[in-house]
Design a protein around this ligand. Sequence first.
Ligand code: 0RA
Length: 639
Amino acid sequence: MAKTQYNADSITVLEGLEAVRKRPGMYIGGVGTKGLNHLIYEIVDNSVDEHLAGFCDEIWVTLEADGSCTVRDSGRGIPVEMHKKGVSAERVVLATLHAGGKFDNEAYKTSGGLHGVGSSVVNALSERMDVKICRGGYIYHDAYRRGVPVVELENGLLPVVGKTKETGTQINFLPDGEIFEKTKFKAEWLKSRLHETAYLNPRLRIHYANRRPGEEEEMDYHEPDGIVAYVRELNAGKEAVHEPIYYKGVSERIEVEAAIQFVDTFEENTLGFCNNIFTQEGGTHLMGFKTRFTQLINSYARELGILKEKDANFTGADTRNGMTAIIAVKHPDPIFEGQTKTKLASADATKAVFSVTGDELTRYFDRNLEVLKGIIGCAEKSAKIRKAEEKARTNMLSKSRFSFDSNGKLANCESRDPSMCEIFIVEGDSAGGSAKTARNRKYQAILPIRGKILNVEKASMDKVLANAEIKTMINAFGCGFSEGYGNDFDISKLRYNKIILMTDADVDGSHIDTLLLTFLYRFMPELIYNGHVYIAMPPLYKVVPKKGEGVYLYDDKELERYRKTHKGEFTLQRYKGLGEMDPDQLWETTLDPERRVLKQVEIEDARMASEITEMLMGNDVPPRRKFIYDHADEAEIDA
Ligand code: 0RA
């Protein structure tokens, strides 16, 4: 009786998923590690939707030893019944575009699901996918290869492979190596994302396991205190000004939830979420929150006589100096815009957050005067520093306008076409000298820097701007910078398409890379987000066999491989630093676009990056070493 169905519907099914394979970037953002990890998030988001609909309280996410990923949930199970298209509904959910998890169901109205992209996209981009569904007393099975079903249906329905009292869905998938540059999921990003999901869904339990050889680990994420615990975690190790403030309310059919805690730093860390989606580019919800918060602080400061009649109001940034806040809204029908579709655009969210924040914070501050005074204290401190820095800034900018390269070290390139130009930031004067000789002066600029640049995580703004190396970099890049109180950054003015850090392959070199990346991340984060920042990978060894040509080897693994595959004698030279290479060698190995190896610096988003910067720049050296080491072999290769 069993018979594979090749009817009109299954043809449109295949056509739908072909579109995903042709333009994967349109559906998951890209085919790098970020896009790869998104595959997991897509499936997990569907399970979280089941949680939001009230049917699922546990999710298991496992990185399997074979490189695949398994996501299991205790939800209702993907429907398996006959769909009006004449096949099991499961096939419609997993093998057609735009049907994933949504089903025009009212129950799904406030659930997110990243940009509405679903499990079928993951299916299309997976070499294989295996599905088990527990529902209505039975266990059903289905399987796909690159989105194409490989299990024969029985009268259009999935085969039953067992009985069970439980309900839920289990999806195992292996990303397709034909689509992705690399197929190794980044465990750290996944863990951070799962932890975040747990904070935003306090009644959900997420079990994470890594079974990849050498990385074995298990972790449970359950955060009954929700976003209050999230704020505490973001502020861990810092001096808190008060206990977290929490409020919640509904306005305009939008649910608003917020947690706020000030700490003794000069940074603001306000994270927005809409329907569990992190809104990296901010949006209307944050606008409503910030506007109302600034109004409240100014009017309380006047009421309390802290601001006198002649005093100007605090600026918005003043009132958020030291603030860590999470603003999470649930919107029945959100609109997202922006470059990465992570900016909430729905105008009613501004009104809703404005109104709930006004009501709830007034109630809170009226009862907690000490907290209010502490927060106004932060604003006063900020206003003072702002005024001092405005002065320092004017001085610095007016001086630097006349000194493009304040210490005369930049060897600029001839071309003025930024899309062709590259700038190498080179450690040490001797390597810098070789690089200047070796380069293609048409489009390669060289900027040697001495020793270690200032640690910007620790230094104050005016010290940072007084540093010669940093000044030279800001001037050379040409796009200004943004920090705290001002934003002069304009990426359209960037003079070089590639900014390439070139340091020795040792601990000092890694430290300098880290310092430079911290500087770029703090002052010009868009350069990193837009993929302009690279790290050069000079070779570690050169081997010259008795007969035949010499070759450069870039790490110990390559050396091991060379030893295994080459019999006979050879001489081995180990490079301790860039300074040991002559200009020709430097060109061949590190500068020549045809032969060099670059890794592109990739940061998932600001939340992770802040943690990483703090960890790297903190005082405990061991974890920092570990980070640099862990990430050394996950480089994006551009050869
Ligand atoms: C469509 C409709 C329903 C549930 C789901 C999809 C669903 C999808 C996934 C993906 C992973 N886990 C999932 N769990 C459920 C509603 C089902 C119903 O009305 O019974």
